[in-house]
Unconditional design. Sequence first.
Length: 127
Amino acid sequence: MPTSASPRPAASSDLASGHADRTWEKRIRELIRPDVLILDDFAMRQLSAAQADDLYELVSERQGHSLIITSNRAPSDWYPLFPNPVVAESLLDRLITTSHQVIMNGPSYRPNKRPKNPTERPVKPLT
């Protein structure tokens, strides 16, 4: 099963580059093609009008294909991130009404991956 994963900002910048170099159609087809597309870190920051339109096109074209979205925000918090409320409502309606939501509560695993004191360098054992 073909799968593609992309941080949402990377997918947005890829499509924006496609507008600039006239390869947008090819680039969006590449994002539509996989059976499963994963957009990681969705809704981290406000979208531009062009990003919102590209995302709307992507979601519309992927209807019937699996889309996994990860976000640190609840879907209800996504609306204000779109500059056009009509695009926001239409896009999020397509996403939310056909979705299965998995909400994970609890501490992040990331603090366990950080060094205890960020200014300290790891000490190599003497051999």
